[in-house]
Design a protein around this ligand. Structure first.
Ligand SMILES: *Cc1c(COP(=O)(O)O)cnc(C)c1O
Length: 371
C-alpha cells in the first residue's frame, strides 16, 4: 500500500459524535444561518477565549479584513507588507485603496517598523501589518506611529489564534484584529473568521456590512456584502474550541522535536522564539541560505516532494509580484521580503504529526547539506 502524502497541515476534527450532538438542535429549530443560537454562543465563547472586548463573526478571515476596512471608511494609501497570503493585499485593493509596500524584518518576517514612517504621505490612512506565522509584530512601535500620524491599524491576525502578548489577547491590539478560522488554520470552523475591535460604532457598522448593509426591514444604508457565518460552521467552531488547548500543546511538542533536529545548523534560520508571547505553534518555517547551506530552498522542496512530503513555499510569490497587478509594484523596494520569499519553506505541522515523520523530514533536509 502506498503511504499517504504528508501535507503541510491537516484539519483538526472533533469526534463525529460530538459534532452530531452539537448540530442536533439546528435540525430541531430549522435555523440554519442569519445569526442564530450557535452563532451567538460561538461569539460569546470566543470573546472569553480570545480575551477581547468585542468580536464579530464572519464567513472567513478575508471578509473580516475586507469589511473591516470598509467599515472604517478608509480612503487613500495603506501601508502593508507583501510577505503574506493573497488575502491581505486583495482586501486593500478591493476596497479601492492603494497598498504601499513596506519591507519586512529578517528576524521574524513581520513589518520592519523602522521603515514605516518614510512611506507615510498625506494620503496614508492606515497600516495593515501581518503577524506572520504567528510572530507578533512590533505592536508598541506600530501603536506609536499610528498615534503620531493618526492612522488606523488593522492587524491581519489570521495566524495568531489564541496567542497572547504580555498576557493580553492578541486580538485586543490595533483598531481591529482579524482572525481566520479556515480549515487549514490552527483553529477552524470549516470556513470562518472574526474581527475583534474596540469601537462599538465600528462594530455596528461591520455587523450591518456583513448582512448586505441592511439597517432594518425598510432601510438599507450600506453597500454591504454577505459574510454571515452559518450555524454549521459555528457548531464546528464550538466543538473545536473545546480541544484547542490540547491541540496547541501537541503542536508545541512537534515544533520542539523539529527544533531539536534543526537548531544551530549553519545556513538554516528557524522561526524566532519571541519574548512575552504565548505562541500557538501555527507554522514551522525554515529559511535556507544556499550560499552557506549549499542547497537551495527549491532543491529541498523537490527532495521532500519526492518522498511524499508536501512542504509549502509560504509566502512565495510576494503579493506585490502577483500577475493580477501587472507589474504595478516594485518588489525590489522590499528586498528582505524578496530574499526570504525565495529561501523559505514551511514544513508540515499539526498536532497529530508523528515524530517519525518529523525525523524523516529532518533526515531529508540534513542529508542535502553540502557544506
Ligand atoms: C488564511 C489567511 C487569510 C484569509 O483567511 P480565510 O479565512 O482563508 O479567508 C488572511 N491572511 C492570512 C495571512 C492568512 O493566512
Amino acid at each position: 500500500m502506498q503511504q499517504d502524502k504528508i501535507l503541510v497541515t491537516r484539519s483538526s476534527m472533533p469526534a463525529l459524535e460530538e459534532y452530531i450532538d452539537e448540530i442536533r438542535d439546528i435540525w430541531d429549530s430549522h435555523r440554519l444561518t442569519n445569526m442564530g443560537p450557535k452563532h451567538k454562543k460561538f461569539q460569546a465563547e470566543l470573546l472569553k477565549y480570545l480575551g477581547v472586548a468585542n468580536i464579530e463573526l464572519l464567513t472567513n478571515g478575508h471578509m473580516a479584513l475586507e469589511l473591516s476596512m470598509q467599515a472604517l471608511n478608509l480612503q487613500g494609501e495603506v501601508i502593508t507588507t507583501p510577505f503574506t497570503f493573497a488575502s491581505t493585499t486583495h482586501a486593500i485593493v478591493r476596497n479601492g485603496l492603494e497598498p504601499v509596500f513596506c519591507d519586512i524584518n529578517k528576524q521574524d518576517f513581520t513589518i520592519d517598523v523602522t521603515k514605516i514612517e518614510e512611506l507615510i504621505t498625506d494620503r496614508t490612512c492606515a497600516i495593515v501589518p501581518v503577524h506572520v506565522y504567528g510572530n507578533i509584530c512590533n505592536i508598541e512601535e506600530i501603536e506609536r506611529i499610528a498615534q503620531k500620524y493618526e492612522l488606523k491599524v488593522i492587524y491581519d491576525a489570521a495566524h495568531t489564534f489564541g496567542e497572547t502578548y504580555k498576557g493580553k489577547g492578541i486580538g485586543s491590539f490595533g483598531d481591529v484584529s482579524c482572525f481566520s478560522f479556515h480549515a487549514t488554520k490552527v483553529f477552524h470552523s470549516i470556513e470562518g473568521g472574526a474581527a475583534c475591535y474596540k469601537d462599538v460604532e465600528f462594530g455596528a457598522n461591520l455587523y450591518k456590512l456583513k448582512n448586505f448593509g441592511i439597517r432594518n426591514a425598510e432601510i438599507v444604508d450600506g453597500i454591504g456584502a454577505n459574510a454571515k457565518m452559518n450555524e454549521f460552521c459555528a457548531a464546528m467552531g464550538l466543538c473545536n474550541l473545546r480541544h484547542i488547548d490540547e491541540d496547541i500543546a501537541k503542536r508545541k511538542k512537534v515544533v520542539e522535536h523539529y527544533r531539536s533536529r534543526l537548531e544551530g545548523i549553519e545556513g538554516v534560520q528557524l522561526n524566532p522564539v519571541q519574548e512575552n508571547v504565548e505562541s500557538n505553534y501555527a507554522y514551522f518555517p525554515i529559511v535556507f541560505d544556499a550560499d552557506i547551506y549549499g542547497t537551495t530552498r527549491d532543491e529541498v522542496f523537490e527532495a521532500l516532494a519526492k518522498v511524499g512530503i508536501g512542504a509549502r513555499k509560504y509566502f512565495y510569490p510576494l503579493t506585490n509580484t502577483f500577475d493580477c497587478f501587472h507589474g504595478e509594484y516594485n518588489a525590489n523596494l522590499t528586498p528582505n521580503a524578496l530574499r526570504i520569499a525565495k529561501q523559505v519553506l514551511t514544513l508540515p505541522l499539526y498536532g497529530d504529526l508523528p515524530f517519525e515523520v518529523v525525523d524523516k523530514i529532518c533526515d531529508v533536509i540534513l542529508n542535502l547539506r553540502k557544506r
